[in-house]
Write a protein that binds this ligand. Structure first.
Ligand SMILES: [Ca+2]
Length: 478
């Protein structure tokens, strides 16, 4: 009799075990995704990347309990294209959002080429990540800055909450935009708690911080006014803006903890381009927002998912904004939309502890002009522009920049030793891009150039090639 009871108990426990295992499995197949996207935050603008002035204790804590990426790249050096690429999973050449607003910034007399017309909108036929996640039942919200035309709702988000009613970072009631968006995000998480809805959620929280205008809450600014800055970080208002971002991350993680969701939620922290050179510095990287040197495109990033991503890990593999789309698809178990091209790679193997994706190369293409401004002139290629039309390849430790003005107008490949059309850097030994090796490492230069030109042809990247009749040769401000 006793053994019969034991048998029944054993069977009961087995069935319960199988059931609960399946539940765990089922849950893990479709994790919640929280993507926290900061605007214009530079590579060194957080404690976990080494700032000794800005204070980001909550961000640092999560970074430490997750995986830090030291070579995470934005797809562009400014807002709109980087967002368009990330949300569509495609390089700029496919959707045409190459820059912010006009492609012909700066003085017409200083531009040697006619830039490629820019699109301000990702066309609706491009399937954004929010749409692609729908078959897996995701409830999704885009909260904050959008910047890619149409509306989030037209691109598959269930909810879009812009930062309307704010002039700069405050509204008439004195509410601070970062706090406002955080509250909306917390509300979304509460209302879409999968334990109640049965559906996972995808939160795309795109802060307007720490973009200009540099404005912060007085209560935080004072603390930094009293604190000794460093040669590179010393703007008290900018520091206070960053601290508000830190508080936002703390609140988002706080609600996930309160609701018991952290173990089934991937939280990613990322920025859209380099920091603004007037207010912060990416040193030892060269340059900042608007440039295709590392300071303009390398971003602070961590991924946090307790129990899934090993705590205290650092990933040095280069990753890029277009990788999030296939990453989220893989985690949610959804197939890529039929016939849709994705240019990125899933970083799930990296999150699982693998060291490399064995990817051939990363690319950037910028067929436009971005004028310079005070604070950035020292580190750009010339003092008039942060960027002139340029294409870039990163392959292994090497990075090559191809400057289209010299390429198109000064004899291209045949004249490389004289025309200064390419720059080549070894990032392993020269992270600050100080030594142009294009005239020395000619084999490596040619290899990267071949790859870059092949890629341009494959993706049909539009190359500015028409000389600007308004151009006046008066030196390039070098
Ligand atoms: Ca930006």
């Amino acid at each position: 009799m006793e053994s019969f009871h034991k048998l029944i108990l054993f069977l009961f426990l087995s069935i319960a075990g199988i059931f609960s295992c399946n539940q765990v499995k089922e849950k893990r197949v479709k994790p919640n995704i929280v993507f926290i996207f900061i605007d214009d935050m530079g590579w060194k603008d957080v404690g976990f990347m080494g700032s000794e002035y800005y204070e980001t204790p909550h961000i640092d804590q999560l970074a430490k309990k997750g995986m830090v990426f030291t070579q995470a790249y934005a797809n562009a050096a400014n807002c709109a294209p980087t967002r368009a690429c990330l949300l569509s999973g495609q390089y700029s050449a496919r959707h045409g959002v190459n820059t912010v607003a006009r492609p012909d910034r700066g003085d017409p007399e200083d531009r040697r080429l006619i830039p490629i017309p820019n699109s301000r909108t990702v066309p609706l036929e491009h399937v954004m990540i929010s749409e692609a996640l729908k078959p897996a039942g995701y409830r999704s919200a885009a909260i904050g800055k959008w910047n890619v035309g149409n509306s989030p709702e037209k691109q598959g988000f269930d909810l879009g909450i812009p930062g309307s009613g704010f002039q700069g970072h405050f509204n008439e009631e004195g509410e601070y935009l970062t706090d406002h968006l955080t509250e909306k995000a917390v509300k979304f998480i509460k209302e879409n708690n999968p334990q109640k809805t049965g559906n996972p959620f995808f939160l795309y929280l795109a802060h307007y911080a720490v973009h200009t205008p540099i404005q912060a809450k007085d209560s935080l600014v004072q603390k930094y006014q009293e604190k000794q800055g460093t040669p590179y970080h010393n703007n008290s208002t900018y520091a206070a803006m960053i601290e508000s971002v830190d508080q936002s991350v703390a609140k988002i993680n706080g609600i996930l903890e309160e609701l018991g969701l952290v173990e089934n939620t991937l939280l990613v922290f990322f920025s859209d381009n380099g920091g603004h050179g007037t207010y912060t510095s990416q040193k030892p990287l060269r340059g900042g927002k608007g440039m295709f040197y590392e300071g303009g495109i390398r971003e602070p990033m961590f991924a946090y998912w307790p129990g899934k991503i090993k705590a205290g890990t650092v990933c040095q593999e280069p990753v890029i904004g277009i990788d999030f789309y296939p990453t989220f698809l893989e985690l949610s178990g959804v197939e890529k939309p039929i016939g849709y091209v994705l240019d990125g790679r899933s970083i799930v193997p990296l999150l699982n502890g693998e060291k490399t994706l064995n990817r051939e190369a990363l690319f950037w293409h910028f067929p436009a002009y971005l004028q310079s401004y005070e604070g950035m002139k020292k580190e750009s290629r010339d003092t008039l522009f942060r960027s002139r039309p340029v294409s870039v390849i990163r392959k292994g430790d090497w990075k090559l920049l191809q400057f289209h003005e010299e390429w198109v107008l000064d004899g291209g490949r045949e004249n490389l030793m004289e025309n200064n059309a390419v720059e080549l850097y070894n990032l392993a030994t020269d992270i600050g891009e100080t030594k142009n090796l294009s005239a020395v490492e000619t084999d490596k230069r040619d290899e990267l150039l071949d790859d870059l030109i092949n890629w341009q042809e494959e993706i049909d990247a539009p190359i500015p090639s028409e000389a600007n009749p308004k151009y006046v040769a008066k030196g390039k401000g070098k």
